[in-house]
Design a protein. Structure first.
Length: 263
């Protein structure tokens, strides 16, 4: 009787659990390296990817990330090889093959400069006296690239933020537009505290509307429903203190002055 009773209890428990387990759906998401927002080097895979994972979890999904070159992640997701790709800036020219999610996290694009310059700016025209380091593959804003390409200020096109910071420290460039948390992460991981004390960030944002998004391919019929689920989960997450904790993970090195992290 005891054995029969135990079997009955287990059957009842499984009856309750099985539907819940069956409802958990796994999504395969392509992404790329952009620390601290997306990186295979962190257990949580980065700030933005943590938010994406939690939002999907609140909607009943599990997430598996695969790190690829960004261009490949985008191209393969567009064809439906991956369920989604994250996280991308909002680009209307690139968006048509995708469903675009609500904003995952707002990035803070600022100018990093050597303290000795006493740098400040109001418009991009104010960059004219300076040597500006720009990452060659970055979007930034259409306006700053237009002025750079028109020769309105001197530009050194560089491969990444670490090189840009090194050039700043060597006095080979004067200022560099960077995402604030990315700059802080690079300073923390690749430079000394003494190096960090030589640099500052101007508090004026290049743009107050640099949002990031999950892109879901229109090639997959499930994408529209997944988009709605993700946006609902993200809305729930944003209403909690967990979201603010996730976006506030980056701490700038000692001596680094600037705006508050997270937005």
């Amino acid at each position: 009787m005891k054995k029969q009773g135990l079997c009955l209890v287990m059957a009842l428990v499984w009856g309750y659990l099985a539907p819940a387990l069956a409802e958990t759906k796994t999504l395969r998401i392509a992404t790329g390296e952009y620390p601290p927002y997306a990186t295979a080097a962190r257990v949580d895979k980065g700030i933005a990817l943590s938010i994406v994972r939690r939002a999907f979890e609140l909607a009943g999904y599990t997430v598996e990330y695969t790190f690829l070159p960004w261009s490949r992640a985008l191209a393969e997701t567009r064809l439906g090889k991956w369920d989604a790709t994250a996280a991308w800036g909002n680009n209307p020219e690139r968006n048509p093959p995708f469903w675009v999610s609500d904003n995952v996290v707002s990035e803070q694009w600022v100018f990093v400069y050597r303290n000795a310059l006493k740098f400040s700016w109001n418009t991009f025209s104010d960059l004219k006296p300076y040597r500006v380091a720009m990452i060659q593959d970055y979007t930034y804003t259409p306006e700053i690239w237009a002025k750079a390409n028109a020769g309105e200020f001197k530009v050194d096109k560089l491969p990444n933020e670490a090189v840009a910071i090194k050039m700043l420290l060597l006095d080979r460039v004067d200022v560099a537009p960077m995402e604030r948390n990315v700059a802080c992460d690079v300073l923390h991981t690749s430079f000394s505290e003494a190096d960090a004390t030589k640099l500052s960030v101007d508090p004026k944002l290049m743009t107050d509307s640099f949002t990031s998004h999950v892109l879901l391919p229109r090639a997959l019929p499930e994408s529209a429903a997944r988009l709605a689920d993700f946006n609902a989960g993200l809305k729930k997450l944003r209403a909690t203190t967990e979201y603010s904790k996730l976006v506030s993970q980056v701490k700038c090195p000692l001596g680094w002055s600037g705006t508050s992290s997270g937005k």
